[in-house]
Design a binder for this molecule. Structure first.
Ligand code: 5GP
Ligand code: ZN
Length: 136
C-alpha cells in the first residue's frame, strides 16, 4: 500500500525507533506512547486488520508480542502489560496496517481500556454464543 505509514516505516522511508526485526516482523516504539516503552509489532507485509491477516502471520506477530512483553517487563520493570489489536475506527484503529500494541502499564496510570461493562438479559448470552458459533 503506497500511502501506508507503516509500510513506509518497513521500507525505511519514514524513521522509526526499532526494537526488533526479522524477515517477516518489525517491532518499534509507538511515537505517542501510552507509557514509556509502548511497542508496536507489525508484519512487514501489508494487511489491514484482524479480519485480513492470515492466521500464520497473526501467529508470528503474537509470538513476537509475547517476547516483547517479557523483554519490556524485564527491561523497564513495569507493573503490567496490555496486548491489544484495534480493528476498525469504532475500535480505535487509526493506522490501517495491522499492528499489535504491547502497552506497559503502571499502577494508577489511568489508562482505561474497558469501561461501562453491561449485563446480559435472560437467555441473551446463549443466543449470542450460538450466533457466533454458527458464523465460524
Ligand atoms: P491504532 O490506533 O491504529 O491501533 O494505533 C496506531 C498507533 O500508531 C498509535 O498508537 C500511534 O501513536 C502510532 N503511530 C502513528 N503514526 C506513527 C509513526 O509515524 N510512527 C510511530 N512509531 N508510531 C506511529
Ligand atoms: Zn502497510
Amino acid at each position: 500500500m503506497n500511502d501506508c505509514i507503516f509500510c513506509k516505516i518497513v521500507k525505511g522511508d519514514i524513521p522509526s525507533t526499532k526494537v526488533y526485526e526479522d524477515e517477516k516482523i518489525l517491532a518499534f516504539l509507538d511515537i505517542k506512547p501510552v507509557n514509556i516503552g509502548h511497542v508496536l509489532v507489525i508484519p512487514k507485509e501489508h494487511f489491514k486488520d484482524i479480519y485480513d491477516i492470515p492466521e500464520e502471520t497473526l501467529a508470528d506477530i503474537s509470538k513476537t508480542a509475547k517476547r516483547m512483553s517479557v523483554a519490556v517487563k524485564k527491561a523497564l520493570g513495569v507493573d503490567g502489560i496490555n496486548v491489544t489489536v484495534n480493528n476498525e475506527p469504532a475500535a480505535g484503529q487509526v493506522i490501517f496496517h495491522v499492528h499489535m500494541h504491547v502497552i506497559p502499564r503502571i499502577k494508577g496510570d489511568g489508562f482505561g481500556l474497558w469501561h461501562g461493562r453491561r449485563d446480559y438479559r435472560e437467555g441473551e448470552a446463549k443466543e449470542v454464543a450460538q450466533k457466533i458459533s454458527q458464523a465460524l
